[in-house]
Write a protein that binds this ligand. Structure first.
Ligand code: ATP
Length: 363
């Protein structure tokens, strides 16, 4: 079942004692979570991710727009009738209940015909516990569990009602780096196994890129771009998306297109046939630099960092307002660490041009 957001807008009264007017948390947002897919909703803090999630589960009412579960318009449906499983950043487990009682809780709250028998409840809770591999922990209380185990309990509790959609709000942010990695792989596996349509909210681009079938990138309540992670990385629609995705981040130069040539601080660095003359931002991915004796882009070498398989070249260029730029190369023999300067050619498929004013990509 596809989940579709149609021109969804949410305005809040501005906060603070002297505040006037309204904050637009989500602004005419439209996207679809295709049936059975895991979509990562990604953007910096305050861009409206949680508000979007809360509107999908029914905790917030949209100011305007619609939410569809399949063909059904659920915009006005109360949360308990939507069939949504929710997992929060802080797990929100009941501390006085055991793991089993926590998982059973949503079923025990069901009323009337929807309420399964005791035996069915137990079977379903056990099945959910097995899915997230916590069968051995059922008699413990939350404080006797690690962060990762608590998060698995929260996932089991969200799945036990067999929801139509699973919403995860920054589910890994309270875990340490190692557990984050492990738990994100587990979430991915569970999602594939159950085939449940899932929206995963995070501000961590690497996390979103690594587990999502598709990503949706937001800024200040507005959708910036959506697509498969690799496609968005390889084909960013604007400077914001180009800068937001990728570790290390893209290198940004102040440049100019003149007579079909990209020019950076007077150096003609790349032919850009067909591009009209104008001032641009030129973004070059760290893997977009090729050391070349006669390379067009000459940089001042600061240092060479050996990272194992790759080497990272830190250097400076007058057209790079950030001060330093970073190139990632495969072989450690390509650049002499004692050299003062290093010359690069640019890979055209890793170099993107953006209008200097609008920051929209120039095709
Ligand atoms: P974070 O990653 O920090 O959780 P977010 O992307 O989830 O951020 P939201 O929590 O959705 O962002 O907030 C979006 C905007 O709406 C922010 O400017 C926030 O201050 C504002 N906002 C959210 N909830 C309310 C509210 N109940 N009343 C007033 N403003 C709100």
């Amino acid at each position: 079942m596809n989940i579709t957001l149609q021109e969804l807008t949410k305005r809040f009264p501005a906060r603070g004692r002297k505040a006037k007017g309204e904050t637009t948390a989500v602004d005419s947002l439209s996207f679809t979570i295709p049936d059975g897919m895991l979509v990562g909703l990604l953007g910096p803090s305050g861009c409206g991710k949680s508000t979007t999630l809360n509107m999908i589960c029914g905790l917030e009412t949209p100011t305007s727009g619609h939410i569809f579960f399949g063909e059904e318009d659920v915009t006005a449906l109360p949360p308990e009738l939507r069939g949504v499983g929710m997992v929060f950043q802080n797990y929100a487990l009941y501390p006085h209940l055991t793991v089993m009682q926590n998982i059973l809780f949503p079923l025990e709250n069901l009323k009337g015909k929807a309420r399964p028998t005791r035996e069915q409840m137990r079977d379903r809770a056990l099945e959910a516990a097995r899915l997230v591999q916590i069968e051995d922990l059922l008699d413990r209380r939350p404080k006797e569990l690690s962060g990762g185990q608590q998060q698995r309990v929260a996932i089991a509790r969200a799945l036990v009602k067999m929801p139509r959609v699973l919403l995860l709000d920054e589910p890994l942010s309270n875990l340490d780096a190692r557990l984050r990695l492990q738990t994100r792989e587990e979430i991915c596996k569970i999602q594939k196994k159950t085939g449940i349509t899932t929206l995963f909210v995070t501000h961590d681009q690497e996390e979103a890129m690594s587990i999502s079938d598709r990503i949706v990138v937001m800024k200040e309540g507005v959708l910036m771009q959506q697509g498969a992670p690799q496609q968005v990385y390889d084909d960013p629609a604007n400077l914001f998306v180009a800068k937001f995705l990728g570790t290390p981040p893209i290198n940004v130069f102040e440049g100019e297109v003149k007579g079909g040539m990209l020019t950076l601080a007077g150096q003609k660095v790349l032919p850009v046939p067909g591009a009209p003359d104008r001032r641009v931002w030129a973004g070059v991915r760290p893997e977009g630099f090729v050391p070349a004796a006669d390379g067009a882009l000459t940089c001042e070498l600061s240092r060479v960092e050996v990272l194992g398989r790759d080497v990272s070249i830190v250097c400076a260029h007058p057209a790079c307002p950030a001060g330093t730029l970073r190139a990632i190369l495969r072989s450690e023999h390509e650049v002499d660490p004692a050299a003062k300067q290093v010359s690069f050619a640019l890979r055209p498929e890793k170099t993107f041009l953006f209008d200097r004013e609008t920051e929209v990509r120039i095709p």
